[in-house]
Ligand binder design. Structure first.
Ligand SMILES: *Cc1c(COP(=O)(O)O)cnc(C)c1O
Length: 378
């Protein structure tokens, strides 16, 4: 057996839609498939406005521009995240204030946020790790108390919800990723989700190279001009067509991933009961999207031996996120506030198992039997 960590998701609908792009002869942004995708996100996940972006990273950068963050401002964010969550702000001279995570979900520890807030704090950035929502009630309470917007890095959380609300629509700005490794993809792509009309108007200008072209198209102004700073944050039409094919198979993709996730969980439960592994935990307010299946071993050495052992069996597992506060750029552009109780320790014992659309039952049983063998060699 040779089981990769990830395989791109192809449902079969994508090609047909891409052919329509050729018929339509419209390849740049904001074409028919872009509009269909945005409408689909707005209806399905319940937000006022969604714009497709070239990546999840770009959606986060747009969030930073929309809030007009400037040098000297600060954002509070978890240290355990992908570099894009931090880069998007550090790029414009914003200082990063890293805080600890919760060991159960690997999400930002909501209890650590309030003491990290200063009069320079201009946003709280949360990451819904593995598609399991952060504790949004408390985070929203803090945001409201200090009048600080919440940015949701929902790159991994497309379709996940918290108390019935989809992640990416709970805070002020939500960011999705449609990278090849995410649940719904188009190779490289993303989306920004907004509800506030003032932020929507800013987003329209920023994504159109700083112009009010959007207003011009709607007939609200009779010519368009450069009115503020901006850039190009549009997704090309072929990618949007591919993505639309995936949206049309949303339920199939989600069911397939959820079945895999549940099978992993039931197969490995005994190892958790025996104390060899910790499995992912999903708080009762959260509905996850089976983005990722990870296990945590007792320590880093065991994690690394398990990874090597699986590799010898043709199984490709990976770990990730060296805590940002201990990375060279993290030290340069930020600081850690409070105590690192869990970030370093929990990240060093985490291992991600293969998870993708089309992963078979046989493959999962093979992986789990080898994990069992690793812990019970007899
Ligand atoms: C994937 C990911 C991103 C970046 O998304 P891209 O589309 O690859 O730019 C940002 N944050 C998190 C937590 C991610 O997992």
């Amino acid at each position: 057996m040779n089981i990769p960590f990830n395989k791109p998701c192809i449902t079969g609908k994508e090609k047909k839609y891409i052919e329509v792009v050729f018929q339509n002869q419209k390849f740049s942004g904001d074409g028919p498939f872009n509009k269909k995708c945005c409408q689909w996100i707005e209806d399905r996940y319940q937000c006022k406005k969604a714009f497709l972006t070239p990546s999840g990273t770009h959606a986060l950068e747009m969030a930073s521009l929309i809030l007009q963050l400037k040098p000297g401002d600060e954002v509070v964010l978890p240290s355990y995240t992908f570099t894009s969550t931090a880069n998007a702000f550090a790029l414009w001279g914003v200082r990063l204030v890293f805080v600890d995570i919760r060991p159960d979900t690997m999400n930002i520890n909501e209890q650590c946020i309030e003491s990290a807030i200063t009069d320079k704090t201009k946003a709280i950035v949360v990451v819904h790790y593995a598609g399991v929502s952060c504790h949004m009630d408390e985070i929203i309470r803090i945001g409201d108390k200090y009048n600080i917007p919440i940015i949701e890095d929902a790159a991994q959380g497309v379709g996940s919800s918290y108390n019935g609300n989809y992640v990416g629509t709970v805070g002020s700005i939500g960011c999705f990723s449609f990278h090849e490794t995410k649940n719904y993809s188009c190779g490289e792509g993303g989306a920004i989700l907004l509800n506030n009309p003032i932020l929507i108007e800013k987003a329209e200008i920023i994504r159109e190279k700083g112009t009010n072209r959007e207003k011009f198209f709607r007939g609200e102004v009779d010519k368009y001009t450069w009115i503020d700073l901006g850039s190009s944050y549009l997704l090309n039409e072929m990618s949007a067509a591919y993505l639309f094919g995936q949206f049309m198979e949303e339920k199939t993709i989600l069911t397939d991933r959820m079945n895999s996730w549940n099978l992993y969980y039931s197969q490995l439960m005994l190892l958790q009961e025996k104390g060899f592994l910790t499995l992912p935990s999903v708080p009762k307010e959260c509905r996850h999207n089976a983005h990722m299946f990870y296990v945590k071993t007792k320590d880093e050495n065991t994690r690394n031996s398990l990874m090597d052992y699986l590799k010898k069996q043709g199984i490709h597992s990976v770990f990730h996120y060296i805590p940002l506060h201990s990375s060279p750029a993290g030290k340069k552009y930020g600081r850690f506030h409070g105590q690192d109780h869990f970030t370093s320790k929990e990240s060093s014992r985490l291992l991600r198992l293969p998870m993708f659309y089309g992963l078979t039952k046989t493959e999962i049983l093979y992986i789990c039997s080898h994990i069992k063998m690793f812990f019970n060699p007899s």
